[in-house]
Design a protein around this ligand. Structure first.
Ligand code: GDP
Ligand code: ZN
Length: 459
């Protein structure tokens, strides 16, 4: 990733056609670019000016709005210029080319992926967790995910983390002050109620972790694999589960022949459902490309969070079902779905057998589907608490978990009779470092590269 601070420009709106499209530029000082682009007009900051976008020879490329934001009062914290033109790919490319040409003498270059947001981070407009939330909001696939991302973007998650960091720092300062007076060390823990303070921090951290873990669920969802003999009702069940929810169809790349994967949502949690009936085996593959596609799909099956094994309740298991069961990966929860109870006469029900949970339902009659939805939510670990959630990333959960371990170690040191305040303080320091990494206090260039490299150009 380019780290220089030269002015940058890119098309900020999505590729394709639209009513409007935006070319955005950012730099410490955009005055030279503005002088070249609009020699006869001085843009008033934060005001929309209707203006001709002209090529070097004076020909009009497009007409639209130009808006200038002077740094630091802008998205990136630098000067930012937005040109809103018509949203056609060709006209926007021409406009971008014109900006690059007009700004060439001033060093304007094409932006790297995520570079606008990276600059916002480096100029303290956003912290790292907020920058990640920008990408998450843009990528959100459900309304619940978008709400949580927006919550993180507004800084609610960061604020909670900062509070934890502050509490940890306070306790550290107390401990470290005592370290300078060894004679007081002995009863420090009693007098200052250090254990009580630590317990309060642990308690808040557990709450944040729960909110973050639930939020991560909204982001990642659950991988569900549907297996069963032909005609047991797999497709019918998928439709019944999707119900009134908008089913977002996402065919897995490489398996163009069969649609084998769909994403539906239950209470805002994305369920990525793979219907194994559509997956061909490697032996059927006609060429290398298809082999790769098939291998990738079976790889997805290996990552299942839950397996739905469908059986015909009016028929019972067949010999082939024994083969299916034998192929299940260890440790993955299995829901044994007895479908077509309208034919068999069973009642809709859930019962827990030692090897699997049995669910009796009728996909066709939509009977017992709510039981299955509840079972899936239970397996996902979803709790309807009503508290606000943070659309956390795996990185955040790992840091929170590590911080929790250091706090536990600190508590263990405090519990020993020959209390070692040195070690107590050191564990607090390590916990604090983990928490700070979430909002980016000590982030490495590698981490920044990973986070911002995943953005598209123009973000
Ligand atoms: P798949 O091959 O496993 O995907 O099965 P389908 O979903 O295509 O269903 C096969 C047949 O079973 C269709 O004719 C469905 O209408 C029927 N079917 C599916 N679910 C039920 C059910 O709950 N009750 C009854 N009576 N028929 C069902
Ligand atoms: Zn089917």
């Amino acid at each position: 990733m380019n780290l220089d601070s030269s002015p940058i420009a890119a098309i900020a709106t999505a590729p394709g056609r639209g009513g409007i499209g935006v070319v955005r530029a950012s730099g410490k000082d955009l005055a030279p670019l503005l002088a070249a682009l609009f020699p006869h007009t001085a843009l008033k900051p934060r005001h929309a000016t209707y203006i001709d976008f002209k090529a070097a020879d004076g020909a009009v490329i497009d007409q639209g709005l130009a808006i200038l934001f002077n740094g630091p009062h802008s998205y990136t914290g630098e000067d930012v210029l937005e040109l809103q033109g018509h949203g056609g790919p060709v006209v926007l490319q021409m406009l971008l080319a014109r900006v690059l040409e007009a700004g060439a003498a001033a060093g304007v270059r094409l932006a790297e992926p995520g570079e606008f947001t990276r600059r916002a981070y480096l100029n303290d407009k956003l912290d790292l967790a907020q920058a990640e939330a920008v990408a998450d909001l843009i990528d959100a696939s459900t309304e619940a995910a978008a709400k949580s991302a927006s919550q993180s973007l507004s800084g609610a998650f960061s604020k909670t983390i900062h509070t934890l960091v502050d509490q940890t720092i306070n306790l550290r300062m107390l401990v470290e002050a005592t370290l300078d007076f060894p004679e007081e060390e002995i009863d420090f823990l009693e007098k200052s109620d250090a254990r009580g303070q630590l317990a309060v921090i642990v308690d808040s951290l557990d709450t944040v972790f729960r909110q973050a873990a639930q939020g991560a669920l909204l982001r990642e969802g659950l991988n569900v694999v549907l297996v069963g003999q032909p005609n047991v009702g797999k497709s019918s069940l998928l439709n019944a589960l999707a119900g009134a929810d908008v089913a977002i169809v996402t065919p897995i790349a490489g398996t163009t022949r069969d649609k084998v994967s769909e994403t539906i949502q239950i209470e805002g949690i994305p369920l990525h459902i793979i219907d194994t009936a559509g997956i061909r085996t490697i032996d059927d593959a006609v060429d290398q490309v298809e082999r790769i596609g098939i291998e990738r799909t079976w790889g997805e099956v290996g990552k299942a969070d839950v397996i739905l094994h469908l059986l015909d309740a009016s028929y019972g298991p067949t010999g082939a079902d024994e083969h299916i069961v034998a192929a299940f990966p260890d440790g993955v929860p299995v829901l044994r779905i007895w479908n077509k109870i309208d034919l068999s006469g069973h009642k809709p029900a859930v019962d827990e057998a030692p090897d699997a949970v049995n669910v009796y339902l009728s996909a066709h009659e939509h009977d017992g589907i709510d039981l299955l939805r509840a079972e899936l939510l239970r397996i996902a670990g979803w709790q309807q608490t009503g508290e606000s959630l943070y659309l956390a990333r795996e990185r955040h959960l790992i840091a929170l978990r590590a911080a929790r371990q250091h706090l536990d170690m600190a508590a263990a040191h405090a519990a020993q009779s020959d209390q070692s305040l040195d070690l107590f303080a050191e564990e607090l320091r390590l916990a604090q470092a983990q928490l700070s990494s979430i909002t980016g206090a000590f982030s490495s260039d590698d981490l920044l590269g990973v986070i911002f490299g995943r953005f598209c150009i123009g973000k």
